[in-house]
Design a protein around this ligand. Sequence first.
Ligand code: AMP
Length: 281
Amino acid sequence: MSAPIVRRLTELRAEVDAWKRAGQTVGVVPTMGALHDGHLSLVRAAKAGCDRVIVTIFVNPKQFNSPEDLANYPRTEVADARRLAPLGVDAVYVPDPDQIYPDGFCTTVSVAGLTDVLCGANRPGHFDGVATVVTKLFTQTRADRAYFGEKDYQQLQVVTRLSRDLDLGVEVVGCPTIREEDGLAMSSRNLLLSDRARVWAPELHRAMEEMASGLLAGGDHDALRAVAEARLTRAGFTGVDYLDLRACGDLALMTTVDRPARLLAAAWLAGVRLIDNIAVG
Ligand code: AMP
């Protein structure tokens, strides 16, 4: 049996209100679909932590930077519902676009500071789109907890901040990145890689691991970064948007590992922008 799909807010609200009246906790897992094991790990965490679980699937136009990227984003709703079926999800909320952005919608949620760097610098308006849709999904689902992947580390920080700043009452739970056997971080965008590009894609994670080990061994940051970039170029990557060592909480730039840090990267392979991040130390 497939998980029940809900497309209208009134329908979702009726369900959630009944759960709340029964004193049950609600977890939400926001996604853009094309579900893989990374998404399913969030669903399992939500099932373990909450009485009721809603998975949302909404390809949010406001967080895309180009119409082509939005048009090319994989959409696999039937397969998604099938993948969720064995997990015992209580509702799959696939809102019709007007349920999120009704006519005349003109509000933007913007988190300052954290969004100026990394993906925020390369994708103007992206995090405003994320923050706006996440705020809507939090208030629409009335969730107690929301589960996000560390795979999108900056997004996790942004969402955690906005939930606190706006007193949304949603506890944001970060979950570890799930990888393919060769180390490539699972991502819906991996479906866009050609067979050839898929072979080289794990080089991103390998180059990052090598740079992280070098940093922990006291190596020079700039030299290690240059080695990593050269490795990516050899593997066919055509550009590196960023390959940064940053502080875990506030994402401040670092060059030596003197506090908890994360190495974060975004790089282009055969027209697909891959992102990844790992803990350093
Ligand atoms: P997306 O559908 O790409 O917007 O992702 C929805 C949620 O799944 C986000 O919280 C992502 O961080 C999370 N996610 C995506 N890929 C992974 C992964 N490989 N491991 C864990 N979580 C992931």
